[in-house]
Design a protein around this ligand. Sequence first.
Ligand SMILES: [Fe+2]
Length: 387
Amino acid sequence: MATSVQSIGIDAMAVGYQTGSDVIFEQFDLPPSNQRQLGVPHPTGTTIPLALRPCQSQTEDINLDDVITTIKGLQSHNKLLTKKLALHGTLLFRGLPIRNADDFSRFAHAFGFKPHEIIGIVVDRPVLAPNIAPANKAPKEVLIHSHNESPQVPHAPEYIFLYGHKAPLKGGETPMSSSLELFQRVQDEIPEFIAELTEKGILSRITYKKEPQFSGGSTLKEAFGKTIVDGDDLASRRSKIEAQIARYGRGIHTTWEWLDNDEGIIVTHRLPVIRTQPGTNLPTMFTGFASLYTRKNVTEQLYGDGTPIPEKYLKRLVAITEEIRVLHRWEQGDVLIYDNIIAQHGRQPWEGEENDRVVMASLFDGDEVPGAYGDADWATVVQALEG
Ligand SMILES: [Fe+2]
């Protein structure tokens, strides 16, 4: 495997050198199934992922404290790693002394992002360390198609950290692809689909009850009930839940309907699929269409006006996504970081035992949310309100 060495942060970390605690990262190449050059609109020669490891001369000596000092230094210098994420979509860190959930938590927090508060979706995962939970717990046979995280709710994380604690011998790869490139390909091949999405957006309709509505789903209390206490009557429970829903800041574009007999609630969002990347204003396709398409027997995909999205478009979208993705073959200790606005992830099935693959996840918010594409007011998402 050819190795191209290009150190990053040498200029940025001049001060750090004086302390002697710097780790110097170098870029390296992965096999073609695991890394590719991104297409338009990415600058020529931009790879996904950008793969980084400590300089080979350093690997004997590094410890996690030094890694954290270095990451903080790089981020304090003009958010260097945040910028790399916005360019490549995904970064891989390999060869770092990260061996458990606590190490991973400390590493992830060094980037300076704000932990993401999950509102309105699955929270049924144990907390393993601060802001660390197991990644998707679906059984090993289940293929999770590429998606941006949380496209079905208005408050999505901006950065996703995944840590490979244990890698299976066969399968279990994590796909990565660019949503900017996906937009461009879909625009070129099925412009009428982009036009429809731009004009209408989508409807996301989620039912919450006392019991989860599918394996891994969240209950109404988990999704919106964090301020509810024992003894609250029906009226105060409802007003507390409505106050949480209001935190999305969607105004008339989020509506809800209480079910009879205190059974639950159906929440409907009109949301944009096409958003724009802060800083560049490039259009990005922010979607879980491919993963939802394979569950189409349970989830119908609707445009924002309530009409169904033609299956032929979804099918083509899945095919394009597979053409532009690579599959990350995990090595123990790897950390992948996704810029969720412009990159998609998923999960391949694996052979062997369920616990042959252990991947942990950590979600963070960014300083900015994606911008609107077009000027419809439903196309604007906002940062969740405090509360
Ligand atoms: Fe996901």
